[in-house]
Design a protein around this ligand. Structure first.
Ligand code: ZN
Ligand code: ZN
Length: 118
């Protein structure tokens, strides 16, 4: 998964459009599209830096800085393909507690809500 795809999953799980995020984070138009679509452009310390992107977006929707950095360095991270959660950043439902894996690519929280990866 690319860091941009991870951002898009987390954004959509929070129910936000790109324009919503730009207005909430005070970013110029098209900056979210730029982050999400910059498939090869994520390099630690250059171009699109995961730490900078995290600082810009973290207050707006749930995002894990460790996951973002690992994806930017091409590490494989197991991520729920429905909501973007991971073992470092599990869903935490008030009633059901933290999620776990319900299948190879989705978590128990998404399973319970009937939200399955495409
Ligand atoms: Zn999930
Ligand atoms: Zn989850």
């Amino acid at each position: 998964m690319t860091p941009g795809r991870y951002l898009a999953l987390r954004r959509l799980a929070a129910g936000l459009s790109r324009a919503d995020v730009e207005s909430l984070a005070g970013l110029p138009p098209a900056s979210v599209a730029n982050l999400e679509e910059a498939a090869g452009g994520w390099v630690v310390g250059k171009l699109i830096d995961p730490a900078t992107a995290y600082d810009q977006l973290a207050g707006v929707f749930p995002l894990c800085p460790i996951v973002l950095r690992r994806l930017a360095t091409r590490e494989t991270v197991r991520i729920c393909l429905a909501c973007g959660c991971s073992e470092m950043d599990a869903c935490d439902d008030e009633e059901h507690g933290p999620c776990s894996w319900a299948g190879p690519a989705h978590c128990t929280d998404c399973e319970r809500k009937g939200v399955l990866p495409e």
